[in-house]
Design a protein around this ligand. Sequence first.
Ligand SMILES: *[C@@H]1O[C@H](CO)[C@@H](O)[C@H](O)[C@H]1NC(C)=O
Ligand SMILES: *[C@@H]1O[C@H](CO)[C@@H](O)[C@H](O)[C@H]1NC(C)=O
Ligand SMILES: *[C@@H]1O[C@H](CO)[C@@H](O)[C@H](O)[C@H]1NC(C)=O
Length: 473
Amino acid sequence: MYHCCWLVLVALIPVTTGINPGVKVKLTEKGLEYGRQLGMASIQQKLKSIKIPDISGTEHVSPIGKVQYSFSNMQIVNVGLPQSAVDLVPGTGVRLSISNAFINLRGDWRVKYLRIIKDSGSFDLNVNGISISTSIAIKSDETGRPTVSSVNCEASVSSVSVKFHGGASWLYNLFTSFIEKALRNELAKKICPLVDEAVSDLNPHLKTLNVLAQVDKYAEIEYSMVSSPTVSKSSLDLDLKGEFYNIGKHQEPPFSPTAFSLPPQTNNMLYMGLSAFTVNSAAFVYDKAEALNLYITDDMIPKSSPLRLNTKTFGAFIPKIAKLFPGLMMKLLVKTVKTPIISFEPNNMTIQATGTVTAYAIQPNSTLSPLFVLNLDTSVSTQLSVSEMRLAGAVTLNKMNLTLGTSYVGDFQVKSLENVLQMVLKVVVIPQVNAQLAKGYPLPTIGKMNLVNTQLQVLKDYVLIGTDVQFMG
Ligand SMILES: *[C@@H]1O[C@H](CO)[C@@H](O)[C@H](O)[C@H]1NC(C)=O
Ligand SMILES: *[C@@H]1O[C@H](CO)[C@@H](O)[C@H](O)[C@H]1NC(C)=O
Ligand SMILES: *[C@@H]1O[C@H](CO)[C@@H](O)[C@H](O)[C@H]1NC(C)=O
């Protein structure tokens, strides 16, 4: 016994852990409960739409003889689903059970006997103690979006009671048991196909998962599922790719996601973990697209600053600049020399960027004459926030380290330029980076989702977003 199951487990591992996800999504029991409420409203609508065909027939009653009867215009006036539950079935899916449901209908009855006597009236029929149970299987479709289906639906009706109005009461006994039996079968037959339909109706919504979410002109994020969802006792877990790509040209970075797992929290409906891999894949894309290179000109520096981007300011620190290039404006090119590295430590997201700053004098004929190249190492702290289904950031400078790369204006003390460069980083570069980061990056979304009670926590190697969800429309 022990042996057999261990073997099964071993056989399953390569399938389920083929690719580590960059993003993990966990739906808790609280989230499932919200899903149940939405689901019940949908099932109730479906059951209200049941159409019951007219029933007619003939009975022999002594001493009258042949009695023809018909039931028509049957309409559902009320459907109640007072008790229902959704339960996670580890390894399988979600079990939906509805009990003590009821359906109230009304209709018209009509009889004809002894060739000429006609009688008619109306009736109310209450179908009580309806039990419905089904399993909802969750899989990944060919596009990497979740898809659900209802399997093994069963429905039963425990009692039916009918009350006739109008006509001769002796007739009632005639068809009471008949109509009860006919309608019980008719309804029991119709319930499951409608429940299956209500479950399938979720798929168009699930198909709206933004498996390829465009970010800007450079990047898109892939959120397709990398494996089928897993169901445990307390949550439904989805593994998403969570990788930034260059639009159109999908080049893999020289690093891959490492396994991580979300903490067993249950206060919110949904938890989302974005790994260091995901944000580093973003850095890779923007670096490759040279989107991190920035030319800085004097007009980008606030008017109030006494330090200007000209050979006079820099000449004060490096006299040769003032001597060789008097009275010229300058331009700086800040660029990365390798992909910045982003790391998550508890309560601390840090970006390490290594780059160069090249200074040019702008000749009157617009030619750029290089003055010097500095190597720049910076570390910035990042604050993350979530709004409107987007993850946004804001960085502040931790520290920078400047060293001399190349000089075209002789030797000089790099330290003397530190204040100027720090000012340039703080008033030009970082505000530009922040303006980009403030636009935010789309999170995985289904339909029109609103996030409420959202919390964000930076943990070791990933950022955890816990949130409740509201669907609109
Ligand atoms: C965050 O982490 C970096 C290194 O990973 C460290 O240099 C920095 O001091 C940390 N900041 C805080 C506020 O802990
Ligand atoms: C621009 O001016 C500089 C300095 O006077 C000169 O060295 C350079 O050849 C000029 N370039 C062009 C394209 O005219
Ligand atoms: C600055 O960078 C240089 C060269 O990479 C290194 O030798 C030096 O220790 C760094 N200084 C600081 C304060 O980090």
